[in-house]
Design a protein around this ligand. Sequence first.
Ligand SMILES: Nc1ncnc2c1ncn2[C@@H]1O[C@H](COP(=O)(O)OP(=O)(O)OP(=O)(O)O)[C@@H](O)[C@H]1O
Length: 204
Amino acid sequence: MVLRVTELRKSFGSRQVLRGVGFEARAGQLVGIVGENGAGKTTLLRILSGDLRPDDGHVELMGTRGYCPQRPVLDEELTVRQHLRLFQVAYRLPSPGRALRLIDVLSAAGYLDTPVKALSGGTSQKLNLVLALMHDPDVVLLDEPYQGFDWETYLRFWDLAQVLKDQGRTVIIVSHLAHDTGRLDVLHHLHDGLLTPPPPTDTT
Ligand SMILES: Nc1ncnc2c1ncn2[C@@H]1O[C@H](COP(=O)(O)OP(=O)(O)OP(=O)(O)O)[C@@H](O)[C@H]1O
């Protein structure tokens, strides 16, 4: 098991957002976590990323992690290339090669020397995603990763997710939309502070 989450609890004031969340994920699994707005998906992912401490419960995670937050943490004044350089140093990568390949896969190579303040929302999101993937982490935590993507890029995102899966990475994708669930190995539904199986689809 690459990721084991046990009995996570988190409250903000009197609001109990997570009330005992548990799940496991293996290498080479694409795991979806869906739930309505405010269900606690970002809270859960922030805890998995180490960005937020739970009130109770455990996260056991083997290997490295990459976190693509819902709101990109980018410097408006820096270009795409400067961000890649900054993260290359932070991740201690010998070269920006993988990052540049990912930028290419997401059709953002034309924006390498553009400052973030001049990027569209979708292109900022591409950079956000590349920064989470460029060190090839074992566990990839993606919060609404395809928000703002055009259709072509959306499809490329899923191709990329499939490649990561085939390479044995564990990919956790959080979304408020439960579409394209057929591409996932496992789908969890976060509701009322707990993970439950999704309701059956009405086919009548
Ligand atoms: N730092 C915080 N302080 C106080 N309340 C918070 C904080 N972070 C989240 N919350 C509250 O916790 C609840 C869950 O928020 P969260 O962002 O985890 O939901 P979500 O499922 O990701 O929603 P969305 O689909 O809208 O992104 C919400 O009621 C939110 O207002």
